[in-house]
Design a protein around this ligand. Sequence first.
Ligand code: DQA
Length: 260
Amino acid sequence: MTDDQLQGVLMDGDGNDTRDLAPTVTLAKLYEEQGFLDKAASVYKKLLVMEPDRADLKEMLEAVEKRLAGSTTELEKSKTKIMLDHLTGWQKVTQERKKMLDQKGEKGRKILVIHGPNLNMLGRREPSVYGTFTLEQIDAEIKKTAEECGMSADTFQSNREGDLIEKIYEALDGYDVLIINPAAYTHTSIAIRDALLMLDIPIIEVHLSNVYQREPFRQKSMIADVVTAQVVGFGKDGYILAVKGASNMTRREADIARDA
Ligand code: DQA
């Protein structure tokens, strides 16, 4: 054995000089028990320098070296597993986020349009104030405009306050924006106001007529300070403006969410 080789066996796995510890089989076994396999191997090597013909030492060294090789492989395997687990987790997060943004983006954005009492009579009801279009015609135009904006719209009309309130609850999940004309309930309904207060989506209040130029009781809206925007006095076009405004509002929100 050369001096260099001897120097090699006098150093432990971490490059520490172990010459001050007398190499014995007991020391090697101690290292083995504590899991310091590289140190154990180094002790066996030193012993073999002194007693090169001892077959038992060679066997013990071989056994430790085998364990050393095995533990490295195990370590590598567990490192790879941790990396793969991380990657799979990250992939799941990315997929979920993409799904969420796809729902929010373009086709997925949904508008709910709610019409209050007597609006089912449009066309026949005071045409000089509310126009000659029927509610069916207005709803068809709302849906067409929503689709042109890459959205979809569901419409609903009721003459009953409770039904309107329960429809508002539906906007809690599954809608990105609410357009509402509560008609006469605009001026009286604290209950509709309270229902709207639950929503955290944009709400657009629409009136066919310019309520601010009419009787004093129509000039007070119970929901004006709860909604995001108002459109008044454009007749049926007010709904179309509201849909376009809703599209811009929610597209901005989807963009912000995508950039975050
Ligand atoms: C209305 C105005 C309300 O004052 C009235 O009661 C309606 C319709 C409008 O669209 O102009 O029914 O909301």
